[in-house]
Design a protein around this ligand. Sequence first.
Ligand code: SF4
Length: 190
Amino acid sequence: MQHLLEDVARCTLCSEQLPLIPKPVIQASSSAKLLIIGQAPGLKVHQTGTPWNDASGDRLRSWLQVTQEQFYDKKHIAIMPMGFCYPGRGKSGDLPPIPKCAPTWHKKLLQQMPDIQLTLLIGQYAQQYYLQDKYTLTQRVQNWRSYLPQFIALPHPSPRNNIWLKKNPWFEQELLPQMRQQIDKILSND
Ligand code: SF4
């Protein structure tokens, strides 16, 4: 795993498309049991080099009910976005993840993480890539049980999604408590 992570850290495959120097932000170890696949680092994450080190990350940790210490413990939790480098900003927020990143790296990393028991697919890009169905994000999140035991589909925890969360109260009332139970079981099962 260490060699692979060094290869990822040196990756410059899309340097011509990226607005800033390539700076892949991931967290992984061969003993990880929970995998989080999100979109791509935002500017703050790019600057600090720490995944989910922003308001979205705060909300994600509250959804999972894990502390910062648990969240950043790579022995248990791996974080592998669809694009490892900051993609830049468009008219309405950050640009989509660079499409060639996941096909280049995900399979190789997954092969080094044989103990992953559950993968959280956060946002439409991760869901389209891994679920390859025709549903909308809301339908996938509503039908979250149908992707178990391998996946749980989640909306992005960005503050920009507050309206979605308000419109779908079942998410916080029903899905989150059950997901937390599963995660608790996975993380406490050493
Ligand atoms: S986005 Fe992915 S493939 Fe592109 S330079 Fe960064 S690590 Fe490499």
